[in-house]
Design a protein around this ligand. Structure first.
Ligand code: UDP
Length: 395
């Protein structure tokens, strides 16, 4: 087999491993993907009629405080100065998200100072104030008090996860900052922006190297393929970024995932909602949010005759659906431990990325973790023969 390394999946994790292995280590890399395009869920394309760039698998916002990752991604694309801000429509009124002093004062029809608002939220968090809860429900109440939790988090989370918030990890809600200032930036990171000429141009540049052979429409689990699991494992080192349970043929049971359905609509108006993302936290609206893609690139000269919106619906993934979010209930965590043990026994196969580690990684985290895998596992193996074994799928 005329390749040094097989990378299964061409999302940001796989692309980063392939790029480093080819350019830095001089390896011949074969990267396969079962989809007809590379880039995983970060892939985007221009909507035919309007030319507006649409993120095919839901909106992707790049942000990081990791200097190494920022320097790395800037080798492949420049970033715009887009700063993500989200609004949320609750009972006929629009509020800024994440919850900040503006949200608090609008919700309570008040003009609290930062100190007064903190005091109020502490009271409203009741017995959970000052604690360190491990589940999303208690963490949410502890962070913002019960009334704000019930207005903006409870039903949104219900629609997004369809899992009792008490059964979800607190880390999901800790993704969102709570601010006692009027700063309504969605992310806290040092660096933020969108690729100037689109996600796909960025992702294709990462794979554009003579040592990288990209094979699309190629399923790792189809034994008739040259680079199938049956043909490559044990022959060539593999970096696998697909779902970890699928790799082991679901031997320890199915891990639960959320998938999303995106309904795209082109409207004959210039502007539908005046912003890129509007959340819908009420129980009586079936979708979680609406994206309007023109607002991600105000610097572009898009048509004024039409706009593209996408309604996002969330549900449990069945077999055959695209997995997006690891649900990560306590049963899932038990199964994951069993899969990690299996992964350790799988020599010359490394597991990475959101699907391969069953972790809610953002793009910059997937890239950072791929760079670490190259440093800690792949480079030592190819330069000094260190064994290529996974220390567990969490690495
Ligand atoms: N969330 C919420 N209300 C909102 C926005 C977020 O309750 O208006 C909660 C919800 O549980 C969600 C989590 O915060 O799953 C993380 O939100 P984020 O926007 O980071 O999710 P992503 O953009 O990755 O889907």
């Amino acid at each position: 087999m005329n390749t040094d390394l097989v990378v299964v999946g061409s999302g940001l994790f796989g692309l980063t491993v392939a790029e480093r292995a080819a350019r830095e280590l001089g390896l011949k890399v074969t990267m396969i993907d079962r989809r007809p395009h590379l880039g995983g869920n970060a892939y985007s394309e221009n909507e035919e009629r309007t030319g507006i760039e649409v993120h095919r698998y839901g909106a992707h916002l790049f942000h990081t405080s990791n200097e190494r990752v920022w320097e790395y991604v800037n080798r492949f694309t420049q970033f715009t100065n887009y700063v993500h801000r989200v609004y949320t429509r609750h009972q006929g009124e629009v509020y800024p998200m994440p919850i900040n002093l503006g949200t608090i004062n609008q919700f309570f029809r008040a003009a609290y100072s930062p100190g007064e608002a903190r005091e109020l939220i502490r009271e409203q968090a009741g017995e959970l104030a000052g604690t360190d809860p491990q589940n999303l429900n208690d963490k949410g109440i502890q962070l913002i008090g019960r009334p704000l939790y019930e207005a903006f988090i409870k039903h949104y989370t219900g629609k997004q996860w369809q899992t009792a918030p008490k059964d979800l990890p607190a880390s999901i809600i800790s993704r969102l900052p709570v601010r006692y200032t009027y700063d309504n930036r969605y992310f806290n990171d040092t660096h933020e922006g969108l690729p100037v000429d689109g996600y796909t141009a960025w992702l294709e540049r990462m794979a554009d190297h003579p040592n990288i052979d990209v094979r699309l429409d190629t399923d790792f689990f189809d034994d008739s393929q040259e680079f199938s699991k049956a043909n490559v494992v044990g022959q060539v080192p593999v970096v696998y970024t697909g779902p970890v349970d699928r790799y082991f043929d679901f031997a320890e049971g199915d891990l639960s995932w959320r998938t999303i359905d995106l309904e795209e609509e082109v409207l004959d108006i210039e502007d539908f909602q005046g912003t890129s993302v509007m959340n819908y936290p009420d129980a009586d609206v079936p979708y979680t949010r609406i994206h309007e893609f023109r607002h991600f690139h105000p610097e572009r000269d898009y048509t004024k005759d039409a706009t593209v919106i996408m309604r996002e619906f969330s549900r449990f993934a069945e077999k055959g659906d695209e997995p997006y979010y690891p649900v990560n209930t306590s049963q899932d965590r038990e199964k994951l431990l069993a899969y990690r043990d299996l992964a350790k026994g799988e020599s010359s196969v490394l597991f990475g990325g959101r699907l391969g580690t069953y972790k809610y990684l953002d793009m910059h985290m997937a890239i950072g973790s791929a760079l670490s895998m190259v440093d800690n596992k792949i480079a030592p193996h190819f330069t000094s023969g260190a064994p290529l074994t996974s220390g567990g799928v969490d690495e």
